[in-house]
Design a protein around this ligand. Structure first.
Ligand SMILES: [Zn+2]
Length: 326
């Protein structure tokens, strides 16, 4: 019996012994599932085949490095424009849609541009993967480059584009849309109206034009490059989608990096959750001891790892595969 199974058994026993009518905690549920998995295999319940598509994590890491090398990329600045061109260059030849508008903020008007790459599928419905590419505005001028917060999310979507493109003209499953969102960060203090500029605009637009109804699942990638990776279980997200992501992580053997902590997180998924779209925020919101690297000039390449990009990248590719089969 492996140590993890042993641990699972101990937790199972201890929660049984409490003889409570409450639901087990999230943590014990997921450990429990890991502990039971070998039994399922024995009883002939073998899980369906893997997607077996692994991202090129070295390349994703290189993208993170290139994106970060542009420097501060807050809304309205020159480096932000350079990064827009860098993203658009990368998806040249794919089906691309621009969603640009002017945001009215407490710091004035800013051009905001969501960039969407669409990879059509044979099944009716859309899986949306989002990640913001702007860096924190209040930290402008401090040398803040957001390797993890802004860099890793931009990069992993670029790598997802490579993977989805490699599948040929039409995917065997749902259409997948990648959205590089803009203006995720607040310009002054995070509030419902000073944050998520790009995502709020897109959710409104997609509500009006009927796109929202077609979305089977929406997943946001944010701060997923942390070398010490612990993805949070966000209680604002849709529970079944979080569970599916966990199952995908288990198939890849990465479940220990998921859901040790839980709590409500506000991110680009919120405007979609509020409109009834099944959505999950995939985020590690504990960046460095006591989150000391988050929104500080210490958010640099040395805190990010290719392995973390691989863990999240492979898990999300597997999640897409599992969604395709539903
Ligand atoms: Zn941020």
């Amino acid at each position: 019996m492996c140590l993890l199974c042993l641990l699972g058994t101990v937790i199972l026993f201890s929660s049984c012994s409490r003889a409570t009518d409450k639901q087990p905690t999230v943590q014990s549920q997921s450990v429990l599932r890991s502990a039971l998995e070998p039994l399922d295999v024995k009883s002939g319940n073998t899980p369906p085949a893997h997607a077996d598509s692994h991202i090129d994590s070295k390349r994703a890491f290189q993208y993170t490095r290139e994106v970060t090398a542009f420097g501060e990329r807050y809304i309205g600045n020159e480096n932000h424009k350079k990064l827009e061109r860098y993203i658009v260059d990368h998806i040249k030849g794919d089906e691309v849609e621009d969603n640009a508008f002017t945001a009215d903020t407490v710091k004035g008007k800013f051009p905001i541009r969501n960039i969407i790459a669409k990879f059509p599928g044979s099944k009716d419905g859309i899986i949306v993967i989002m990640g913001h590419y702007d860096t924190n505005y209040p930290l402008r001028g401090t040398g803040y480059v957001g390797a993890n917060d802004g860099g890793s999310s931009t990069a992993i979507l670029l790598e997802f584009a490579n993977q989805l493109r490699a599948g040929g003209k039409k995917r065997a499953g749902y259409s997948v849309w990648l959205v590089w969102t803009d203006g995720e960060e607040a310009v002054k203090n995070w509030t419902a109206t000073d944050s998520l500029y790009g995502a709020r605009h897109l959710a409104e637009k997609w509500e009006k034009d009927g796109t929202l109804k077609k979305i089977k699942a929406l997943m946001v990638m944010d701060m997923i490059g942390d070398a010490d990776l612990n993805i949070d279980r966000d209680t604002n997200s849709t529970a079944w989608l979080l569970d599916l992501i966990h199952s995908a992580a288990e198939r890849e053997g990465y479940q220990s990096h998921f859901y040790a902590r839980e709590g409500p997180i506000e991110d680009d998924h919120l405007p979609f959750v509020q409109r009834g779209v099944p959505s999950a925020d995939v985020i590690d919101l504990d960046y460095g001891y006591n989150n000391v690297f988050h929104h500080t000039p210490q958010d640099m390449m040395d805190k990010v790892s290719a392995k973390s990009l691989e863990i999240v990248g492979d898990t999300i590719m597997e999640t897409i595969h599992m969604l395709d089969q539903r």
